[in-house]
Design a binder for this molecule. Sequence first.
Ligand code: ADP
Ligand code: MG
Length: 252
Amino acid sequence: MDRLNEIKANAGSLSLVHTRDNMESILKNAELSNSTYMEFLSDIFQGETNYRHDKAKSKRIKEAGFPYIKKLDDFDLGFCKSITEKQLKQLSELTWIEGLYNLIFAGPPGVGKTHLSIALAYHACEEGYKVNYTTMQMLMQCMRTEEIDRRSKAKMNRIRKSNLLVIDEVGYLPVKDIEGNMFFQLISELQEQTSVIITTNKGFEDWTEFLGDPALATAVLDRLTYRCDKIIMNGKSYRIENRKSFLNQNKN
Ligand code: ADP
Ligand code: MG
């Protein structure tokens, strides 16, 4: 085996995948830029570190289960008057995740609740946090079938291990008895380890109705709101304001 292949084989057996796959260009760059031994070694380790970092980030984003990606940079504060630039900056610093704070984004359809939740959660993924996204409906389905469905079990395991859980669309559909209790159990379990973002179209006074039991609603809200900021997102629907149509309907 020649020297280059020997280096590649050794890099492979040490799981230095990036180094193995890029050995030629690493060597060429070192020659072209007259690198010192120190610079050469530094390039190898930096390249490997960056590669692993990016790979772990992509894995976290994939496992988060986002239905689509939204970014904080695309969130127009000029349109959304319910949140200030300073608040958005504070939220994007993510210290609330460290402090196990929860966020509740409440308001009518189209005001940007899901956009903001996904954007913050995506940013958290980028910063190294384990994140999971679910709708309330999907969460209920997973909890009900956890013991009999491998995919539900896997989703619930990820949810329980996450630093941040987004539960989108809470309150849109009423939950059944058993689901309300399971939801309470989950929120209790997560309390000391996971921050939760909830988006909802309901005020707290309506939680009894969709959870179906006043005692349960009080207990869930008690846990959720212990360390929590509720942001009421009022205003116009971005969808309606920016409605696009395909047909030219002018009759000439
Ligand atoms: P909600 O979850 O409150 O019903 P969404 O977050 O789904 O609303 O927003 C609806 C659409 O409008 C999405 O495509 C979203 O990206 C866009 N949108 C809403 N608010 C904003 C905003 N402030 N800046 C940019 N896009 C927005
Ligand atoms: Mg939404």
